[in-house]
Ligand binder design. Structure first.
Ligand SMILES: Cc1cc2nc3c(=O)[nH]c(=O)nc-3n(C[C@H](O)[C@H](O)[C@H](O)COP(=O)(O)OP(=O)(O)OC[C@H]3O[C@@H](n4cnc5c(N)ncnc54)[C@H](O)[C@@H]3O)c2cc1C
Length: 457
């Protein structure tokens, strides 16, 4: 659907230089979808902004004319979060990719939103520092703040929200505001900062992000633990977490996932339920954590605990884990997938995974189960043939898993955000708070131009 009249397009082009605007078919196609299997939807035009003033100018214009604007970082989301489903402008922030101010003495960095996570961490490593949340995908810091991304190390270090201390935000009317400060703690008035984190481009556009950082620990040790069945693996997770251990990663994979990554990456992991663990810290601390975790795994029926693998083998394993989504997609050619992202309190994790396994089996659908077990968060890629009956079966499975997670005190989305795929769970999850959220959205964006169709219908 065209959201821009020809005349408006001409006026918009007049506001920016030629290279900042694209209607090139391949650029539009690249911005028509993220990494999910949701329907494609190209924007009418892409604007590559280079400064907060550019963003302000664009939003003033679009707000005046009621044109949808959807921020775009790297487009690696899994719920169509950055896709312009109502057309209009895809506001591409990838050219705003500089480190503005690195202050190792304060363990802080201020960046433009388009800097890519891996590039930032490469630059920070020279100072012995890093930004811990890691979705594994080549994403931007702006997109991570947009989705409050978490990833494999969040079990020790927490999600993106824990690291954002200050934001420069351009509001829908073009006003530029700053929230937060460089102090490491504050009790100063309402916490607007965290209102914006995870807002998926629906409340404002971040143009400067200040992050606190962590020191790179001297020792890292990884291990894999193989179990005869999934329930033994999930109950081990609970015991590991309850024991007070603090692994940097505690991931679970079911046999289907292990089979898919073996095939995709040429690995030879035993195709049984498997935990991936990683410990970081000083030498003795890591050695002790590994010893205790091995003891807990073995007492829970673990058949094989492999530890202290070399750096190369460890990197290969994590790379395979990061690519598991693509590995499973490759094993299911021509199929679509709904990606489950529930999280529940840790004591409910075994029951939740068992529920997912059961409903998948009942409906005879293939759904590899894997996830950030240490945080009670897991994913199922529910694969289905693109035909109405199969699609509705896949949605029934998804609904059953998510509603069960909500009954258990959990959430529909642990890290991927709402996008379009999780909207229909929001009322159940948030009750009256969801109405209040909509009032906040209406206050900040009365014309509803910012990423319309996300979080709310
Ligand atoms: C293989 C794979 C594995 C993944 N694993 C994980 C995982 O383990 N954990 C996890 O959390 N995620 C995971 N993801 C999802 C995704 O990588 C993250 O959510 C990531 O943070 C998105 O960043 P991006 O730069 O691609 O943002 P985009 O997808 O471009 O945008 C994300 C959202 O933020 C908004 N946005 C972007 N930039 C701005 C800005 N400057 N201001 C305001 N809003 C903005 C967009 O409108 C959109 O709503 C995975 C994705 C893939 C493909």
């Amino acid at each position: 659907m065209k959201a821009l009249a020809k005349m408006q397009l001409t006026q918009l082009k007049g506001l920016f230089s030629e290279e900042q605007i694209s209607q090139n078919a391949s650029d539009l196609a690249a911005h028509a979808r993220d990494e999910s299997a949701h329907e494609e939807s190209p924007p009418d035009v892409i604007v590559y902004v280079q400064s907060a003033d550019d963003v302000s100018k664009l939003l003033k214009f679009c707000n005046k004319h009621g044109i949808p604007v959807t921020p775009w970082g790297a487009g690696t989301s899994l719920e169509a979060n950055p896709v312009a489903i109502h057309g209009g402008v895809s506001l591409d922030l990838s050219k705003m990719n500089q480190i503005i101010d690195l202050r190792p003495e304060d363990l802080q960095v201020t960046v433009q939103p388009g800097i890519v996570l891996q590039e930032l961490n490469k630059r920070l490593s020279k100072h012995g520092l890093f930004f811990p949340p890691d979705p594994g995908a080549p994403c931007t810091i702006g997109g991570m703040v947009g989705n409050n991304a978490a990833g494999i190390q969040a079990v020790k270090y927490g999600p993106t929200k824990n690291y954002v201390i200050k934001l420069e935000v351009v509001l829908a009317n073009g006003d530029i505001i700053t929230c937060g400060s460089n102090a490491m703690r504050t009790s100063s008035a309402y916490n607007l900062l965290h209102l914006f984190v995870g807002s998926e481009g629906t409340l404002g556009v971040f143009t400067e992000i200040t992050l606190k950082l962590a020191g790179i620990p001297p020792e890292v040790s990884a291990a894999t633990a193989s179990f005869p069945d999934l329930s033994k693996a999930t109950s081990t997770v609970v015991e590991l977490v309850q024991s007070g251990l603090s692994p940097a990663a505690l991931e679970i994979m079911d046999p289907v996932t292990v089979r898919d990554i073996n095939a995709f990456k040429g690995l030879k992991l035993p195709e049984v339920p498997t935990l991936f663990l990683e410990f970081r810290g000083n030498g003795p601390e890591v050695t002790e954590d590994v010893r205790v975790s091995q003891e807990i795994c073995m007492s829970n029926g673990c058949k094989d605990y492999r530890v202290a693998m070399g750096r190369e083998e460890r990197d290969k394993l994590w790379e395979a884990r990061h690519h598991s989504y693509y590995a499973s997609a490759a094993a299911n050619p021509g199929m679509r997938a709904i990606v489950v992202d529930v999280a529940v309190p840790i004591s409910k994790f075994p029951e939740m995974v068992e529920h997912a396994r059961r409903v998948l089996a009942d409906k005879r659908l293939n759904g590899p189960i894997l996830g950030h077990a240490g945080d009670g968060n897991f994913h199922v890629a529910i694969f289905y043939k693109d035909e109405p009956k199969e699609k509705s079966k896949a949605h029934e499975v998804n609904d059953s898993i998510v509603f069960r997670a909500l009954e258990l005190g959990g959430t529909a989305t642990g890290e991927h955000g709402v996008g379009i795929g999780k909207i229909h769970f929001m009322e159940t999850e948030h009750g009256k708070s969801y109405k209040l959220m909509k009032q906040i959205k209406d206050l900040l964006d009365p014309k509803g131009i910012l990423n319309p169709g996300k979080i709310f219908h």
